[in-house]
Design a binder for this molecule. Sequence first.
Ligand code: HEC
Length: 137
Amino acid sequence: MPGIKNKHSIYAIFLVLSLIVISCNSTPYMQGQRLYTAKCQNCHMEDGSGLAALIPPLNSSRLLGSPAVACILKNGIRDTLFKDSTFLVREMPSFASLSTTEVTNIINYINHSWYPQFKEINILEVKAVLDTCQQRN
Ligand code: HEC
């Protein structure tokens, strides 16, 4: 029965197409997302909205997209940007153990989530930035 065979191939094509659509919808920055969930989300929240008067938001930060973000992740930041602000937690811990790859992936995940207009940053660009920011005391 040729009719049945055709039906089966239509189902098979449909299945393959659905799988392609599903995989395109998931974030391409899986490691960045995993690291964000593990290390950042408890302060900056899953949607990047921050925590009221305690923690600044990332999803509306003017700083995102700037190379300085790589240095902030590596070295932390203490009351420099928010000197005059009302945020109560004035220190972000350093994440010195993050590799350059991990920093790159976190930045791309954040940008992809909230600033899709930013172009993807690559590991060489991040390495160049990290070489300029070194230690903070
Ligand atoms: C313990 C809470 C905490 C954790 C965990 C944390 N942050 Fe922060 N983050 C802060 C605070 C507080 C500030 C503001 C510090 C300041 O300016 O003095 C900040 C500032 C920032 C800024 C600068 C925002 C701006 O608009 O100036 C970025 C970017 C950022 N954090 C990203 C991250 C990422 C990515 C992670 C995970 C690797 C992370 N943070 C983990 C508390 C935290």
